[in-house]
Design a protein around this ligand. Structure first.
Ligand code: ZN
Ligand code: ZN
Length: 132
């Protein structure tokens, strides 16, 4: 079993993940954009059982109906997304991984919300909204 690790900028929060992601995606949605103050957010989707916290306790808030986002309360790094619509999975920000190159994104979602100057990569599968 392969393990990958990641954490926040201040290193107060560290986590470890067993195995490979189910999806690697880029989200253009307006909520991710505001939550991270970035034009897009790259996500790795895992089964919740794959993810183990090693240190620290993220803060959380409800960013939309049935959705909880977690982040470091000290440095502000955005860490995870959990939706009641998908109770067995958790999305972890690709850019919080120690090696963000391991699982390149294969799809882009919520292109309906794309910022006009942020180009989409046409080599990836494109979805106007979510994949569901
Ligand atoms: Zn931190
Ligand atoms: Zn999003």
């Amino acid at each position: 079993m392969q393990f990958i690790e990641g954490g926040c900028l201040c290193s107060g929060i560290r986590f470890r993940i067993a195995g490979e992601p189910i999806y690697s995606s880029i989200c253009h949605c307006a909520t991710c954009r505001r939550a991270s103050a970035a034009p897009t957010v790259a996500w790795l989707t895992f089964d919740r059982g794959q993810v183990e916290m090693l240190s620290g306790s993220p803060l959380s808030y409800r960013s939309s109906q049935g959705v909880v986002r977690r982040f470091c309360g000290t440095c502000g790094t955005q860490l995870s997304y959990e939706s009641m619509d998908s109770p067995s999975t958790i999305d972890i920000t690709t850019a919080s991984m120690d090696n963000p190159n391991l699982f390149p994104p294969t799809l882009e979602v919520w292109l309906e919300h794309r910022v006009s100057w942020q180009s989409a990569n046409q080599t990836r599968s494109q979805y106007p909204r979510s994949t569901q």
